[in-house]
Design a protein around this ligand. Structure first.
Ligand code: T4K
Length: 401
């Protein structure tokens, strides 16, 4: 089998969507003329109005980034003591707890869509628990009803890190309408973005009012500061990007859907590879990521061999989310981390493949060919070393161009 031709420039896991430079430049000129750059400027207000339409609620607050938005949600909801949370996420979810002096209590996840296992959540509640911080990992909705029932039964706040889930809906309801508050990241690597940016959504107008104070130092007016806030305001430049890209949201999601389905068609049936099933009925998904679990005993190559192999072809897939949070240097040994077997297993097998709205089908085909080439190569190496696994299936490998 011929080695696939490496990409001449890196194919990265994410690639920011961009509006036309002409439109962006025109927006910049208008900002220049106004000389109004931040502090709830006209573009931030316009962006908010547009988001109110898309998100079907006026209870939203725009923040400078998702991490600060989550920190503010925890502040605004006065979460203290312990919060039950997931070990399988991006570091920012736990950092937001830590910065608020809230103790994270990690419980295991469910294996299908990688979110908190509600049964484990209920078992971990103590007299100090005041909240559940769940994450819609890769944009797949958590077990919303089960988590809501637990929160209700025990009087806990339910906060969703919806960093990956912009545009996701469940039975026509935007995902941000579940729980006490949801945080969306509008970072450049996301399905929809404002360069950096974050958004909080809640069912409670009171909470949003509080967040609006908190993100602006707590100012009521020039001389009155009503709470000790911070600075987490969105700038006009961020809002300009958001305003221009929001128009393209549906088209971008459609293109991502086609890309994700292309990967699925190529990889779904390969023994040793697991791609999550299509989202449940009623879920409008946003195709934020393409996670693939690699079971080395069946595939014949380990996740890290595929990760490294792809790098040699200039494909920068990522191991989102490895290692799990309590195993990171900054948290290791600080919190109990036994029994997180599902999360640890997935973190050891996971690889997220490049996806963005303008990824070409040909690029996806080449990446899939590379994965299969790496598999075949690792299999031959095992045969030579006398380690061949009977279940490995290099016969799946296609002849790469
Ligand atoms: N909660 C969860 C569950 C999250 O996933 C995140 C962020 C947050 C909270 C916090 O939200 P923010 O505060 O970020 O709004 C990236 C993103 O920076 C981060 O936003 C995201 N999650 C995380 C999953 O991915 P890194 O450290 O992996 O980014 P980086 O710089 O390695 O970029 C990834 C790839 O994207 C690069 O290989 C190249 C490409 N890229 C990146 C940037 C910034 C571009 O092509 N252009 C760009 O401008 O965290």
């Amino acid at each position: 089998m011929n080695a696939p031709r490496p990409f001449s420039t890196p194919v990265t896991v994410a690639h920011p969507a961009l509006p036309s430079l002409k439109e962006f430049s025109k927006g910049l000129e208008e900002i220049w003329e106004r000389a109004w750059l931040t502090n709830n400027g006209p573009l931030v207000q316009k962006f908010r109005r547009q988001l109110i339409e898309v998100c079907k609620t006026s209870n939203i607050s725009l923040i400078s980034n998702g991490t600060l938005a989550l920190q503010l949600a925890l502040q605004g909801l006065e979460v203290t003591g312990e919060a039950i949370t997931t070990p399988y996420t991006f570091v920012a979810s736990t950092h937001a707890l830590f910065w608020n002096k809230i103790r994270p209590v990690f419980v295991d996840i469910e294996p299908h869509y990688y979110s908190l296992d509600p049964e484990q959540v209920e078992a971990a509640i103590t007299p100090w628990t005041s909240a559940i911080l769940a994450v819609h990992v890769y944009g797949y909705p958590c077990r919303l009803e089960a988590l809501a029932a637990i929160a209700r039964r025990h009087g806990l706040k339910l906060i969703y890190d919806a960093a990956h889930a912009f545009g996701v809906e469940v039975n026509g309801i935007p995902i941000g309408k579940f729980g006490d508050a949801s945080m969306f990241s509008l970072h450049a690597t996301k399905v929809f973005h404002s360069i950096e940016g974050g958004m909080l959504m809640s069912q409670s107008p009171d909470l949003i009012r509080r967040i609006d104070y908190l993100k602006n130092f707590g100012f009521e007016n020039e001389t009155e500061v009503v709470m000790p806030g911070t600075n987490a305001k969105m700038s006009e430049f961020q809002a300009l990007m958001g305003v221009l890209l929001l128009r393209q949201l549906d088209a971008m999601v459609e293109k991502r859907k086609a890309a994700a389905e292309h990967y699925h068609a190529r990889l779904r049936t390969i023994p040793g590879l697991r791609l999550p099933p299509p989202p449940a009925e009623g879920v409008r998904y946003n195709y934020a990521y393409v996670p693939v679990e690699i079971d080395a005993s069946k595939f014949g190559a380990t996740r890290d061999e595929v990760y490294e192999g792809l790098r040699r072809f200039n494909v920068l897939a990522r191991r989102y989310f490895y290692p799990i949070i309590p195993d990171l240097v900054c948290y290791r040994g600080l919190f109990p981390a036994s029994g997180l077997t599902v999360a640890r297993g997935i973190a050891d097998r996971i690889l997220t493949l490049p996806i963005y709205s303008d990824i070409e089908p040909d690029v996806i085909d080449r990446i899939c060919d590379m994965v299969l080439y790496i598999q075949a190569k690792e299999h031959s190496r095992s045969v030579v070393a006398g380690l061949a696994l009977p279940t490995s299936t290099p016969a799946n490998a296609v002849t790469a161009q």
